[in-house]
Design a binder for this molecule. Sequence first.
Ligand code: PLP
Length: 370
Amino acid sequence: MKEPDFHIKALSERQTNGQLRKLEGDPIASFDFFSNDYLGFVHDAVVKPKDSGLRSGATGSRLLSGDSSRALLLEQYLADYHHMDAALLFQSGYMANLGLLSCVAKRGDTIIYDNLVHASLRQAVQLSPASTYSFKHNDIADLRAKLNRSKGTVFVVVEALYSMDGDEGALEDICSVCSAFGAYLIVDEAHSTGVYGAKGRGLVDQLHLKDAVWARIHTFGKAAGIHGAVVLGSEHLIDFLINFSKPFIYTTALSDHSLDAIHTAYKMMQSDHARQQLWDKVRYFEDCLSKAGLEEQFYPSNSPIKSLKVDGAAESLRISKEIRKAGYMVKAIRYPTVPKGTERIRLCIHKHNTEEQIKGIIELIRNQVR
Ligand SMILES: Cc1ncc(COP(=O)(O)O)c(C=O)c1O
């Protein structure tokens, strides 16, 4: 896939003007006159994890004092793991989305996004100088209509697994349409990371669509159990972000601790055993739901996210309160997190939910909705 012309031009201008930003790994000299570690706490035994050799903080942004070979190696590991060329770490999925979408498009370009994408993607799109349109959730005809109207370089933004309804993005069709229109496809894999695909590589990998997707965001705050995120793409895209993505450039880098935690979580994610146990529980839940005759009361979903349809905000609060009284933690999800009229109780099925617990919560729901 050829990179957007504006990215090629912007990077080459920086190179010509001696303004190109590059990551440098570990510091090459020993006297610190560049970090923000004013009080030396990073090297202080009280703050520093004892005997670990790890820095408690990164002391600055990646382009100042916060870079390290640990971060660079982890990025290479993540790129290899997900079968992509290059990777760039961010402090969270929210930051990754802001960091990517605020800078990829210029005035005169177009960003089109599914109308059910996460708040972080919506806000990210608002930060872009491009024209922006949403298309109806997973509606390929509407996406085509918006693509027909779009100007300049076009970016399409979707999720692999939608966090509120628990349904999958129509990725195969979206890839075909984007490729027919020459649009750059960006997929947020926040909820599919660790859950879908061999080794938890995500839905794009499971569907063998990686060559049709220009950039992916994988987050570590969900199935990986920690925090942080990575943007995956071409080396050119990563160079572009290092130079133009403000949420990457102007913030303190992840600590050594966080980097190690990400690495450890990924090593754990390699085993498909836990993932299989999770999917067994998801299928068990679905089986119990169907036996209880409650399938229609839930939004259609094959994933671990199961949302019970409820009649308005007050009812969602009432039901969630009743369920919680019995010791089951659930949350009512209301407007503006979801559109008005689609209030719900959102359940996430986990590997560690027992069959007893699953039967228990379904029984509670049955008593509430009948
Ligand atoms: C689809 C999606 N993208 C991004 C995020 C933000 O990720 P993080 O919690 O790592 O900031 C979320 C969080 O819920 C999400 O659901």
